[in-house]
Design a protein around this ligand. Structure first.
Ligand SMILES: C[S@@+](CC[C@H](N)C(=O)[O-])C[C@H]1O[C@@H](n2cnc3c(N)ncnc32)[C@H](O)[C@@H]1O
Length: 296
């Protein structure tokens, strides 16, 4: 369902030990959590936070964890922005926290929520449709042109943000933009030839930017890291995997600020990235960057 990235490096960096307690702030299908649970045996607990209720439901149906691991797993359907509250409610001292940011392969392949321009689905893109009111449909059909342009520019550095925003406005004057295929056709229409020849698909950045806006991802990451650092025990470790430069910049700067405030010691002066073999086996790892720090 989802091959975890930088698996070995995460374990080395977080260094889970018997009976320690951990938080996996982005549980997904528990690829990383399963490794951590093994290392913290026999009594260590892991709180898995996952924002997507449908993903949690699918994880439970898949039933891929053994009973011994399930007995030490506390799975919570919430956002990691509430991490310290969740740790307190469970009355656990936390020795390590992992953030594996973004979305899982399941979102693209199975969620049916319009994350991928390779599928024909309604434009939704919410991680939690039960709590979040804002959809990608709402943004492309109701936001002003300059707001759409700003989203494309700020969240994905889309070079053609102006042109794509204009095309969206023109298209929606004719009829609502309902599906991923509608949006894809609008993006592909009238693009300069040089743009179509680039390695990256012309729709990648627009879809990424909309998803980030719908889920307020950058602001959420800032809050999550803040909460994580506040929650960790002394000598506890925090590891963050990010998948694009904007996220990595936030982590890098926050870690530096916390180091100068005397709250963290950075272990990874440069981010750890995947080696050739991992990228070959798991293309998602190509853009992954891992940063680790210790609470002091
Ligand atoms: C890259 S996947 C994690 C995969 C996981 N490490 C695994 O091995 O299966 C990121 C996960 O974080 C979840 N997520 C995104 N934003 C979140 C948030 N604010 N709070 C909690 N989970 C979040 C997504 O729904 C997705 O399942």
């Amino acid at each position: 369902m989802h091959t975890p990235v930088l698996q070995k490096k995460i374990l080395e960096g977080l260094s889970p030990k018997p009976n320690e307690n951990f938080i996996d702030a982005t549980f997904g299908f528990g690829g990383h959590a399963t490794d951590i649970l093994k290392r913290i045996r026999p009594n260590g607990k892991l709180i898995g936070i996952e924002i997507d209720p449908a993903e949690i439901k699918t994880f439970k149906e898949d039933n891929s964890f053994n009973q011994e691991a399930l007995d030490r797993l506390i799975l919570v359907n919430d956002s990691y922005v509430n991490l310290s509250k969740i740790a307190k409610e469970n009355d656990l001292r936390i020795n390590g926290i992992l953030f594996d940011l973004g979305l899982s392969s399941w979102h693209f392949e199975k969620s049916n929520r319009g994350f991928s321009f390779r599928k024909d689905e309604a434009l939704d893109m919410r991680f939690n449709p039960e709590k979040n009111q804002l959809t990608a449909f709402e943004i492309v059909n109701y936001y002003k042109e300059d707001q759409i342009e700003k989203i494309l520019k700020e969240f994905a550095q889309e070079d053609l943000s102006k042109i794509i925003a204009r095309n969206i406005i023109k298209a929606r004057d004719v009829r609502p933009i309902r599906t991923t295929s509608d949006l894809l056709a609008i993006i592909m229409n009238n693009l300069p030839k040089w743009y179509k020849r680039r390695k990256i698909h012309p729709a990648t950045k627009t879809f990424q930017a909309l998803r980030m806006a719908v889920n307020n991802e950058l602001e959420t990451i800032r809050k999550g890291i803040e909460e994580g650092v506040g929650t960790l025990e002394k000598n506890g470790r925090i590891a963050v995997i990010s998948f694009h430069s904007l996220e990595d910049k936030i982590i890098k700067e926050m870690f530096k600020d916390k180091e100068s405030e005397g709250k963290l010691k950075i272990i990874t002066k440069k981010p750890i990235t995947a080696k050739f073999n991992e990228v070959k086996a798991n293309p998602r790892s190509r853009s992954a960057k891992l940063r680790i720090a210790i609470k002091i």
